[in-house]
Design a binder for this molecule. Structure first.
Ligand code: 3PG
Length: 217
C-alpha cells in the first residue's frame, strides 16, 4: 500500500487541520456560488466543497475555481469515473465522494487529484487503504455513529483521519473535534439553500464566522 499524498494533498490536509470546518455548498447558480464562497472565505472558511448534486454543478465548480483563486475549492458527491475526470478538468483542488467503489478508488488514485473517499465502516476503510487513502469522509456521520464510529475504527486503523459530515451542527462541532482522529467536520449548515436563494450574504457571513469559531474551540 502506498499512501496517496501529493504535496498539494498534504497542503489541503494541513489547511483542513487548521480550519477544521469544511462548508458544503449546494447551488446551481454561478453568481450565487461565487458570492457565497467569497462570503465564507471572508468569514474564516477559505476551503469549500461544492457538491455535484445539481444539473449545472460542473459549470458552477469551474467558474468558482476561476473566480476565487485564493479559496481551496473542491468537488463533492463524485459518484462516477466520468465525474472525477470532469472535476479534475475544472481545476478543482480536491474531490470527495460519499462512499467508495473499487473502480472509483483506483481511478482516483491514478488521477493525481487530491481525493477523499467516503466510508461508513471498516470494510470501506480497508478498501480506501488498499488504494492509499488514509484521510476519509465518514458519512453520514450522525447515522453511522459519528465519534463513536471514528473512535472504534481508530483501534484497527490508528493512522486514519476522518472528516465527519452529515448532520453536523455548529453546536456539536467543538466536542466532535476533541477526538484526536477527527481531522475536521463538514456541513451545509452555514450556507443553507434558503439563505443562498434569498441572497442573504450577511446572514451566511454570521453563520460562517460562528462555524469558523467553533472550529477553533
Ligand atoms: C454531505 O455531503 O456530507 C452532507 O450532505 C452534508 O451534510 P449536511 O447537509 O447534513 O450538513
Amino acid at each position: 500500500m502506498s499512501l496517496n499524498t501529493s504535496v498539494s494533498k498534504r497542503n489541503i490536509i494541513a489547511q483542513l487541520e487548521q480550519i477544521r470546518v469544511l462548508p458544503i455548498l449546494v447551488t446551481d447558480d454561478v453568481d450565487q456560488a461565487i458570492r457565497c464562497v467569497t462570503t465564507l472565505a471572508e468569514n474564516g472558511l477559505p476551503a469549500v466543497e461544492i457538491t455535484l448534486r445539481t444539473p449545472n454543478a460542473m459549470t458552477v465548480l469551474r467558474e468558482v475555481v476561476k473566480a476565487c483563486p485564493t479559496v481551496t475549492v473542491g468537488a463533492g458527491t463524485i459518484l462516477t469515473q466520468a465525474q472525477l475526470e470532469a472535476v479534475k478538468a475544472t481545476g478543482a483542488a480536491f474531490g470527495i465522494s460519499p462512499g467508495i467503489t473499487p473502480l472509483l478508488a483506483r481511478v482516483a488514485a491514478d488521477s493525481g487529484l487530491p481525493y477523499f473517499p467516503g466510508v461508513g465502516g471498516a470494510s470501506d476503510l480497508m478498501l480506501a487503504l488498499e488504494h492509499g487513502f488514509n484521510v476519509v469522509k465518514l458519512f453520514p456521520s450522525d447515522i453511522v455513529g459519528s465519534t463513536k464510529m471514528a473512535k472504534a475504527l481508530g483501534g484497527p486503523f490508528p493512522d486514519v483521519k476522518f472528516c465527519l459530515t452529515g448532520g453536523v451542527t455548529v453546536e456539536a462541532t467543538p466536542a466532535l473535534l476533541q477526538q484526536s482522529n477527527i481531522l475536521c467536520v463538514g456541513g451545509s449548515w452555514m450556507c443553507p439553500a434558503a439563505l443562498i436563494n434569498a441572497g442573504d450574504w450577511a446572514a451566511i457571513g454570521v453563520l460562517a464566522a460562528a462555524a469558523a469559531a467553533a472550529g477553533k474551540k
